[in-house]
Design a protein around this ligand. Structure first.
Ligand code: NCD
Ligand code: ZN
Length: 338
């Protein structure tokens, strides 16, 4: 008998589902294992109206068919009026702030992080209980971008003590250290940043499928991330940042940023937590912490995994899209039980 492990209500608190044929391909690869996910708004054009949120949510539900799956919707940050936010608040869980041009489809993001420019929107969000999710990178040297953003997190966290702020996909020791400083600061952590360092991306042959924003960092950074994730620190939760791009946009000169982990995320998290003798903490990292942080009530769903080898497919495809997952053609140690 192989070893069995079950997780209740697994949640992915940072997910890119894209749209159209790509959505139809990748949506079910998340909804068959997760009971809900925070859906990123960086479509082209970005999601900035109530109509767009509602319509996108419906397209996601359609793509995910009969799976029990709640898409927690977000808006793309702009300076929104209080009236607009009051009207839209029941349709969204959070607003995602991208500094302009910092990552995929963020060209219309925030061009100045000046707190006074952002104040009316942030104050309204704080008053209405809308969570602020931030892609925290400057446009400095690529390895320093996240660390350089820390003073901006500090400024927002101290100016808006009642605003819940999520530092998305943190990759550095400096971001981990920030968690203890402000009660209203939380973080998501991806699977790939718990597994790889910059060495895996560019230290040997260049690995385009591991290239993402923020870029994977140093060994001491990964150690700091592992410490809070494996320990299920209540201020962090899982957010895959699974970010599918067509195969020809990854295997190209000018590789798009994003690692596609949706189909293997829960299995490899189980492998990682087991390897570190922390399986007892996985339920918190991948569900309970998120429920507490975001104040959500996700639908019931229990996923059972068994310790059995699974060969990851070379790609996932439909008639028009092909996307390559992390660990393509490799063997992982846990499988989903159907
Ligand atoms: C994401 C994408 O492709 O949308 N890419 C990435 O490298 N993570 C955007 C993002 O979350 O930065
Ligand atoms: Zn992302």
């Amino acid at each position: 008998m192989s070893k069995i492990f079950s997780i209740s209500k697994p949640l992915d608190m940072h997910l890119h589902l894209r749209d159209n044929d790509m959505l139809n391909l990748v949506g079910p690869l998340t909804s068959n294992t997760f009971c809900g996910a925070i859906i990123m708004p960086n479509l082209v054009p970005p999601v900035t109206t109530k109509e767009a949120v509602v319509a996108y949510k419906n397209r996601i539900k359609q793509a995910c068919g009969n799976d029990t799956f709640e898409p927690y919707m977000t808006l793309f940050f702009q300076n929104y009026s209080r009236e607009f936010l009051e009207d839209v608040k029941d349709e969204i869980t959070a607003i995602k702030l991208y500094p302009a041009g910092i990552t995929t489809n963020s060209e219309t993001g925030v061009s100045s992080m000046d707190i006074e420019t952002l104040r009316p929107t942030l104050q309204a969000m704080s008053d209405l209980g809308i969570i602020l999710c931030i892609h925290g990178e400057t446009n400095g040297f690529v390895m320093d971008r996240e660390a350089e953003f820390m003073p901006i997190y500090e400024s927002i966290a101290s100016n808006f003590p009642n605003l819940k702020i999520i530092m998305e996909h943190i990759t550095t020791k400096s971001a981990v250290e920030m968690l203890d400083k402000y009660p209203n600061l939380y973080a998501t952590i991806t699977l790939h940043h718990l597994l790889i360092t910059l060495d895996d991306v560019v230290g040997g042959m260049l690995k385009p499928h591991l290239f993402c924003k923020p870029i994977a960092k140093r060994y001491e950074d990964r150690a700091a991330l592992l410490n809070v994730a494996l320990g299920a620190n209540p201020k962090v939760c899982f957010g895959s940042d699974s970010a599918p791009h067509p195969k020809n946009k990854k295997e190209s000169c000018g590789c798009a940023a994003g690692v596609f982990t949706a189909p293997i995320a829960l299995q490899v998290l189980t492998e990682l937590f087991e390897k570190h003798n922390c399986l007892d903490n996985l339920q918190k990292f991948v569900s309970d912490n998120a429920i507490n942080i975001y104040g959500i009530n996700p639908p019931s769903k229990t996923i059972t995994l068994e310790k059995a080898d699974f060969k990851v497919p070379s790609s996932y495809k439909n008639d028009t899209e092909t996307v390559v997952p992390m660990y393509a053609n490799e063997v992982i140690k846990w499988s989903l039980v159907n």
